[in-house]
Design a protein around this ligand. Structure first.
Ligand SMILES: NC(=O)c1ccc[n+]([C@@H]2O[C@H](COP(=O)([O-])OP(=O)(O)OC[C@H]3O[C@@H](n4cnc5c(N)ncnc54)[C@H](O)[C@@H]3O)[C@@H](O)[C@H]2O)c1
Length: 364
């Protein structure tokens, strides 16, 4: 295979990031777009590639050696299942699906076909995250005692013109944004055992929440709090500090994640390790030390990994099963917010059969 012909399905906000990234890659090329909207056709024309109206037409065209699915959350299952059944490897944007049952159906299709499916939790490909993971899992912090994550993401009103972003089950900052933070926390500290949460839609008045405060307890020990809002102004969010997507977001020089362990603390994305000179003692000044990292674009690194899966197979860095565990945590957070109760995270739900098998084969 020379350069892998990749089709981007859904040429919206993140689809365009993937399209830009593809133009910088040597092993992959943009082969076509799929998007029913006039803006998709106009973009394809400007890029000199074909634009197909739907996945069925794409499969018939034979243009795709691989596909990036960047469509609204509730379409992830039908679009990705059709591609996998046609033997086309998929990089699927997060969240893996809009619901746990859809995610289980997608896992079943991925298992049945054996075609590579990588879920787009792109931060896991970020060298900053890889360095932090090495430090944390290598024991530099000792045991995690507590963590704080903030996500103040004041989105402009026109962001909410797309109806899916306002609706329960498809939009909302828990599913769209907090899923990234949950994914990272699980990656660093292992599975989450229990959650508590308060959610509110008082700022925007949409059916879906705009703000939430969440507490987590990890199975290996340690507590975390997360505060998220798509209506609150502040620089304290991964997206606004990590410099992952400079075409879309500024990179403020403040941390958004704070991890405090039994031996040291770590902030992100600045990767500062805060260690005491001797035994932990709150009267002693902590010396911050930046951990070494070579910066790189996580979207490019994600596509390099995807190309490797397409060419050689292997285990995706973020599988559908792994990404579905994030949805189980989110369901627990929603249940905790609705009931006001603590909710245990039941990962055995991952192994249950889907309530319905996914049968429609053409991604319509
Ligand atoms: N990894 C990230 O950081 C990141 C960032 C933003 C969005 N996302 C995810 O990407 C997905 C898309 O989000 P967005 O903000 O780009 O949405 P968007 O609304 O800007 O774009 C979606 C596009 O998909 C098209 N579309 C809708 N149904 C389609 C179908 N069946 N087939 C082909 N095209 C279809 C629409 O016309 C639109 O152009 C969501 O799942 C979202 O959670 C991920």
């Amino acid at each position: 295979m020379d350069r892998i012909g990749v089709v981007v399905i859904g040429a919206g906000v993140i689809g365009r990031t993937h399209i830009d990234t593809l133009t910088r890659m040597s092993g992959l090329r943009l082969a076509a777009l799929v998007d029913p909207a006039p803006s998709g056709r106009a973009l394809a024309e400007s890029l000199g590639v074909a634009c197909l109206p739907d996945v069925a037409a794409l499969i018939d065209s034979g243009l795709a050696q691989a596909a990036i699915v960047a469509t609204p959350n509730e379409t992830h299952l039908p679009v990705s299942a059709a591609l996998l059944r046609a033997g086309i490897p998929v990089l699927l944007e997060k969240p893996v699906a809009e619901s746990l049952d859809s995610a289980r159906q997608l896992i079943a299709v991925a298992d049945e076909t054996g075609v590579p499916l990588l879920v787009g939790h792109h931060r896991r490909h970020n060298p900053i995250i890889r360095a932090a993971h090495g430090a944390i899992r290598g024991g530099l912090l000792g045991d995690l005692v507590m963590a704080t994550v903030t996500c103040s993401l004041a989105k402009p009103d026109d962001y909410f013109q797309a109806p899916w972003r306002r609706s329960k089950g498809a939009g909302g900052p828990l599913l769209i944004n907090l899923v990234h933070e949950i994914d990272l926390l699980r990656h660093f500290f292992g599975e989450i055992a229990e959650v508590q949460a308060i959610a509110s839609h008082a700022r925007r008045g949409f059916p879906v929440e705009d703000t939430a405060a969440v507490c987590l307890r990890f199975a290996e020990g340690g507590l975390a709090t997360l505060c998220i809002s798509d209506a609150a102004v502040g620089p304290w969010a991964w997206d606004l500090t990590a410099g992952e997507n400079m075409a879309r977001f500024p990179a403020h020089r403040v941390p958004a994640h704070h991890y405090a362990g039994s031996r040291a603390g770590l902030s992100l994305p600045d990767l500062l390790l805060w260690q005491p000179p001797g035994a932990p003692d709150w009267t002693q000044e902590l010396q911050p030390r930046p951990l070494p990292v070579s910066h790189g674009d996580p979207y490019e690194a994600q596509l390099v990994h995807f190309a490797d899966l397409v060419r050689h197979g292997g285990t995706p860095r973020v599988s559908a099963r792994d990404a579905t565990a994030n949805l189980i945590v989110l369901d627990a957070i929603r249940a905790a917010a609705e009931t006001g109760q603590r909710v245990a995270v039941d990962l055995s739900a991952l192994n249950r059969e889907p309530e319905t098998a996914f049968n429609s084969g053409r991604g319509s």
